[in-house]
Design a protein around this ligand. Sequence first.
Ligand code: ZN
Length: 135
Amino acid sequence: MDKLSFKERSRNMSKVKGRDTKLEMLVRRLVYSLGFRYRLHRKDLPGTPDLSFIGRKKAIFVHGCFWHRHPQCKRASIPKTNTIFWKTKLNTNVKRDEQAQLELVNMGWQVLVIWQCETKDIGILKETIKSFLVS
Ligand SMILES: [Zn+2]
């Protein structure tokens, strides 16, 4: 594939990434409506969790299926062009995620990852968040 289509692809992918923010907003609203208060993007915590609950030692990551390679998810397929580039890039993301979660767990924290494709059913998502935060 030529350079142009590579740029095109990158642009498409950054649009996908932009949706992560919308997802995060959705999760924030849900958490707030459940009565929980959180801190955003605390850089002093491993992986800078999207939402953190300091007193409860709990963190929520909201992950786009493509960028974080949701296992067995159809949204997580590697692009057919520039395959090696994408594999390397995305696998780096996955390793970083794993490392951050491991560090948090070692600090006595609990971690919940909310995947993009799991935000379709708000009812289930709400229950998942609730049971994670109250447990
Ligand atoms: Zn997914």
